[in-house]
Design a protein around this ligand. Structure first.
Ligand code: Q0Z
Length: 286
């Protein structure tokens, strides 16, 4: 087994290593970010929850599209994956109007060239889910782009293929979540190409870091919705008078414990698997 790896890069809360030209290791830390700032305090189990959820959804959707997952390591936070040629766009699907989609709608009545009905309010459900691609910013925020701009980056045929697959993935997972009392408001997917030019779902999928999950019983359009996982952290941080610039405040033990429990709850609700069983044998989600 390959054991030496080169560090390729760091995300805000993840690390990426290469074993060779064909194989990578994606490691999810317990770091947490809020308002785009990584906090100095970790949330134990967060990396394992996100890794397990992502692997679970890769497995559940493997009939729709192949994915990069090769194996889960016994630490529960590390994914061995196929090294792909990543497409230079973020594939976002929105079923509800939140975040930059809401901002763009207020400014223009459109999101990524999709003209929407007049009179929608923040967090409203859309008449149907829409594909809203974005550029991959190296620093700062991804920029929403329309079909023409995205097709310039990946080609018309490939655009049609990622749009169709992204919508199919969103429909499948949002229906499963809805049956469990969770709204999947939107999600960000990343695709790559294998050596034969075939599309492969990569990176992380349907985690709370790449998607907006809202508790259905608290859903109330007309304003922002509480986040399933991070609301304690956001509320507590703002309550300190923090100005949302780095460094963020250190979290007290009760906020850490409450947030840790929310992540574990999300894992168990969505997968139906006790988190303790995942810790004992991560590949149980596959
Ligand atoms: C994912 C990222 C992270 C920094 C590249 N299967 C793949 N093949 C090729 N490249 C990637 C993947 Cl997943 C790939 N990222 C995002 C993750 C740290 C950047 F943990 N970048």
């Amino acid at each position: 087994m390959s054991d030496t790896a080169t560090h390729l890069g760091s995300g805000k809360v993840r690390e990426l290593y290469a074993f060779d030209d064909d194989k990578l290791l994606l490691v999810a830390s317990d770091r947490i970010s809020t308002f785009d700032v990584v906090l100095p305090t970790e949330i134990p189990d967060k990396g394992r929850v996100l890794t397990g959820l992502s692997a679970f959804w890769f497995r559940q959707t493997s009939g729709l599209v192949p994915n990069h997952l090769l194996a889960l390591r016994s630490d529960g936070r590390s994914t061995e994956c196929r090294r792909l040629e990543m497409l230079p766009i973020e594939c976002v699907v929105r079923g509800y109007l939140a975040g930059s989609g809401w901002k763009d709608y207020v400014a223009t009545g459109e999101v990524c060239g999709h003209r929407l009905p007049a009179g929608l309010v923040e967090s409203d459900q859309l008449p149907e889910p829409i594909f809203t691609p974005a550029t991959k910013a190296q620093t700062g925020h991804d920029e929403n782009i329309d079909r023409a701009a995205a097709a310039d980056l990946v080609g018309e045929e490939r655009y049609d293929e990622v749009e169709r697959l992204s919508l199919a993935l969103y429909r499948t997972v949002s229906e499963r979540a809805a049956a469990l009392g969770i709204v999947l408001a939107d999600t960000k997917l990343e695709f790559g190409l294998d050596d034969d030019g075939r599309l492969v779902l990569a990176d992380e999928a349907f985690t709370p870091d790449s998607s907006r999950f809202w508790p259905a019983d608290e859903y109330a359009p007309g304003g922002p919705q509480p986040s399933f996982d991070k609301q304690f952290v956001r509320d507590w941080c703002l309550g300190t008078g923090w100005d949302r610039t780095a460094p963020g405040p250190a979290l007290p033990p009760d906020v850490v414990d409450g947030t840790r429990e929310r992540y574990r709850e999300a894992f168990e609700l969505l997968t139906g698997i006790p988190f303790s069983r995942y810790v004992g044998d991560p590949e149980i989600v596959l």
